[in-house]
Structure formats: C-alpha cells, structure tokens
Design a protein around this ligand. Structure first.
Ligand SMILES: Nc1ncnc2c1ncn2[C@@H]1O[C@H](COP(=O)(O)OP(=O)(O)OP(=O)(O)O)[C@@H](O)[C@H]1O
Ligand SMILES: O=P(O)(O)OC[C@H]1O[C@H](OP(=O)(O)OP(=O)(O)O)[C@H](O)[C@@H]1O
Length: 226
C-alpha cells in the first residue's frame, strides 16, 4: 500500500483509539505510556472526535475499532490501539503491531445453534456464515476445504441462525454468555484475541516520535507485569 500520509513532520502525532469497550482498559495503559487525554475525552456526551493530549504534542482520535486500523494503515494516524481480530481481518501491509497490550482478551469462534435448525440452504461443502469478519472466516473455512459464503453483519450476529440468514456465525466470545443467551454453542476457536499497539510502518521509519512512543508502551507493559 502506498502511504498517502500528508502528516507534516512537526505536526502533532495522531493516536487513534476505539471508542467502545476496550477504551476503559486502554486509558490507564495509555497514561502509563505518557498519552494523557484531556478531560473532555472521558465525557461520553462530548461529540468531539479529536482530543488534545495534556502531556505533549499529540492528538487523540476516538473512532470505531475497525477504523483505527484504517486510519493507521493509511498514515492518517501514526499509531493506535486495536484488537488483533481487526488487524487480522484487514491484513494491511502498512500496519506494524509491536506491543501486545494484553487487554480486550477474547477469542474469535465459529458458533451454531445448540439444537439443530432446519435450513433451506447449505450443505457440507458450502455454507453460509454471518460475521463481522468475512476475510478471517473465508480463510478459516478455505483451510478446511470448505467454501463459505460470508454475510457481513456489523453486530447482533447471534440472530442470523434463527432468522434463516445463515446457519453459523463467526463472532467474538469472552464469557460465552451472549452465545448462551441466544441458543448458540461455540464449535471451533479460530484465534485468540488481545489488543495491540499499532503503528504505521512508514511513520515509524520517518518520525522518531513514533519509535519513542513504542518504547514508552513497552516500558508501560513491563511496569504492568512487575
Ligand atoms: N466480549 C469481548 N470481550 C473482550 N474483548 C472484546 C469483546 N468483544 C470485543 N472485544 C474487543 O474489543 C474490540 C472492539 O472494541 P470497542 O468495543 O472498543 O470498539 P468499537 O469501536 O466500539 O467497536 P464497534 O465498531 O463494534 O462499535 C474488538 O475488536 C475486540 O478486539
Ligand atoms: O462472550 P461474551 O462475554 O458474551 O461476549 C461476546 C459479545 O461481545 C461482543 O459484542 P459487543 O458487546 O462488543 O457488542 P457488539 O455486538 O455491538 O459488537 C461480541 O460481538 C459478542 O456479542
């Protein structure tokens, strides 16, 4: 991928974070690494998407998890935090994920109804799967010699099997409660997931602040383990 970043060398470093569930766990880590968002960042009612960093020369973008990877891959942000599920789904060559932050731990799994459901479609060599992760899902089933037709959903995958949309789902599982509450069982784990610090490869080479940031996160993780 061509890095189309127009970031001026002396402009603020842009750090992208997902706005949802990871954020609570990410903030203390960010702060230990010296990325300290201004107070408005913590105000859920604040509609701003870009925030100052009180500790230095940085802007913090609050975006959707999948978009963190896209901003960083295209160099529109130099660094960010995102789940390894998202990294694997996009497989952007410009993304480098040097630090496992150990937060947002879950797994990506195939699930299906606990009780058999009569389907009008699908057989052993062709099946439909509802998922937010069509690339990971296709690759997973291809490895087993199965051609999967992936239907992209953005949430509530659990509704697909009982509404006739798809026989199986591929979704994130943590406690397993969501699957259980929706009559589904986990059949196969595809990957373990944790959140990572990601950086744009070109920015890492070009801007010493990016390498310094990576180092600060590494040290923050060591402090965490101590
Ligand atoms: N049940 C879970 N337990 C732990 N981590 C999870 C779980 N579900 C999702 N995650 C992690 O959290 C990430 C989603 O992060 P977050 O909720 O902060 O983003 P978001 O921007 O709100 O997402 P969305 O685009 O779905 O609105 C996933 O990519 C995954 O890495
Ligand atoms: O195994 P559990 O602990 O029940 O967690 C699994 C749920 O968590 C995630 O959804 P999330 O809450 O992030 O909402 P979403 O469906 O809007 O992505 C995932 O998509 C499952 O629905």
């Amino acid at each position: 991928m061509t890095n189309t970043s127009a970031t001026p060398d002396h402009g603020p470093l842009i750090f992208a974070v997902p706005k949802g569930r990871i954020l609570e766990e990410a903030v203390p880590l960010m702060e230990r690494a010296g990325v300290v968002p201004e107070a408005a960042f913590h105000d859920k009612k604040d509609r701003s998407l870009s925030f100052a960093d009180t500790s230095g020369d940085m802007r913090i973008f609050r975006v959707r998890a999948f978009d963190v990877a896209t901003f960083v891959a295209f160099g529109a942000a130099q660094a960010g935090i995102v789940g390894s599920d998202v990294i694997e789904e996009f497989d952007y060559s410009e993304l480098y994920a040097p630090v496992d932050l150990g937060i947002g731990a879950c797994r990506l799994s195939v699930a299906e109804p606990k009780e058999p459901v009569e389907y009008k479609y699908g057989n052993a060599s062709h099946l439909r799967v509802a998922t937010k992760y069509p690339n990971i899902t296709s690759r997973h089933f291809e490895r087993q010699g199965i051609q999967a037709e992936c239907i992209k959903l953005n949430g509530a995958m659990e509704l697909a099997p009982f509404s006739g949309l798809a026989g199986r789902i591929v979704d994130l599982v943590s406690t397993g409660q969501t699957l259980k509450s929706n009559g589904l069982v986990e059949k196969q784990e595809i990957m373990q997931v944790t959140s990572r610090l990601i950086v744009n490869r070109a920015a890492l080479k070009k801007d010493p602040r990016v390498a310094a940031l990576v180092e600060r996160f590494r040290i923050a993780m060591m402090k965490d383990a101590a």
